[in-house]
Design a protein around this ligand. Structure first.
Ligand code: UDP
Ligand code: MG
Length: 317
């Protein structure tokens, strides 16, 4: 058995045969100047190329290279979760396998961690170039998410980050199945810092994040952390009732003061607006309850303690 590592790198890998050795070399040469006590955990997420063979070989030759081979493709967030569960370091750095997350940034992240920050996000200052739809999508998405979330999920950060083992323990204890890790990390609320960097384009292979996968990740972020889907029913309901009442009042006054005649369908339309409004509001109320059930079912801790002092040993809550 190896010794207790100080740093853990967690790297999900899906069809990354061209990148694994290069990434390993780059981390090795980076860590030479920082600390030689580290481990790197690759998670093979059901790759269809030679990723697994390369990992096997690398792990045989290097004690601090570890790998987990998932039985099939479970997706980036699940792969990261598997890596997190196996990480033993005091600081855990998650990064992509495709060399888009440059090592220079890692050394800055470690500096911030040494200053005492428990979470260090790498924040990209440029937008993705690979695909105009993805680029516009992500720009729009972060604007939107920022406006409607309960907790502050930092903008323009992906899953390239450093977390302290205190944070890792919390994440590993969260039992929810739809995992939007960047939101979960932010939710813990520990002190955080940013390191800005320009994200280069992927060099080898192509992005495994299809547009569909990106949308599904975005949905997880939206539905797990935002109140917008819930509020929509309320907003629609109020809008519909106000519109209905306004029209009704207008027609009534028109009839009373000018003696105008309105067809039955016009009265029905107005009544429809009002009734639909009530239905929307009912749906919203049900939605609020479902939201509460969802919150309960996730079984998150009520609070997370950062530090405490002068308590008796036997109080351990
Ligand atoms: N990845 C994974 N499973 C997947 C898709 C991606 O483990 O189903 C890994 C991939 O190997 C990479 C990281 O997740 O290390 C980010 O993927 P990608 O580079 O395709 O995303 P992008 O950089 O385009 O956001
Ligand atoms: Mg990438």
């Amino acid at each position: 058995m190896g010794k207790h590592p100080k740093y853990s790198f967690v790297v999900p890998a899906y069809n990354e045969e061209q990148n694994i050795n290069v990434l390993h070399e780059r981390i090795k040469s980076l860590m030479k100047n920082i600390n030689n006590n580290w481990e790197i955990i690759f998670v093979n997420d059901g790759s269809k190329d030679n990723t697994l063979d390369i990992l096997k070989k690398l792990a045989k030759e290097n004690e601090n290279v570890k790998y987990i081979d998932l039985s099939r493709n479970f997706g980036h967030q699940a792969a990261l979760t598997a890596g997190y569960k196996h990480a033993k370091g005091d600081a855990i750095i998650s990064l992509d396998c495709d060399l888009q997350d440059p090592p220079e940034v890692i050394s800055q992240m470690i500096e911030k961690w040494k200053e005492g920050y428990k979470i260090v996000y790498a924040r990209r200052t440029n937008y993705r170039k690979d695909n105009i739809i993805k680029r516009l999508g992500s720009k729009f998405y972060y604007k939107f998410l920022g406006r409607f979330t309960r907790i502050d999920i930092p903008k323009n950060v992906g899953d390239f980050r450093l977390i302290d083992k205190k944070v890792l323990e919390q994440i590993n204890n969260m039992s929810e199945h739809s995992r939007y890790l960047r939101g979960m990390v932010a939710w813990t609320g520990f002190s955080h810092a940013f390191v800005d960097y320009k994200r280069p384009d992927r060099k080898n292979g192509k992005s495994a994040y299809s547009f569909a996968k990106l949308v599904s990740l975005g949905m997880d972020g939206m539905f797990n952390f935002s109140v917008l889907p819930l509020r929509l029913g309320f907003v629609l309901g109020v809008f519909s009732i106000i519109t209905g009442l306004g029209l009704l009042l207008y027609q009534l006054l028109d009839v009373i003061f000018t003696g105008a005649y309105y067809h039955l369908y016009k009265w029905l339309t107005v009544v429809l607006f009002i009734f639909m409004g009530f239905v929307f509001i009912l749906i919203w109320i049900i939605g609020e309850y479902i939201g509460k059930i969802y919150d309960e079912s996730r079984n998150r801790p009520y609070y997370i303690i950062n530090e405490k002092e002068n308590f008796d040993e036997d109080i351990n809550v």
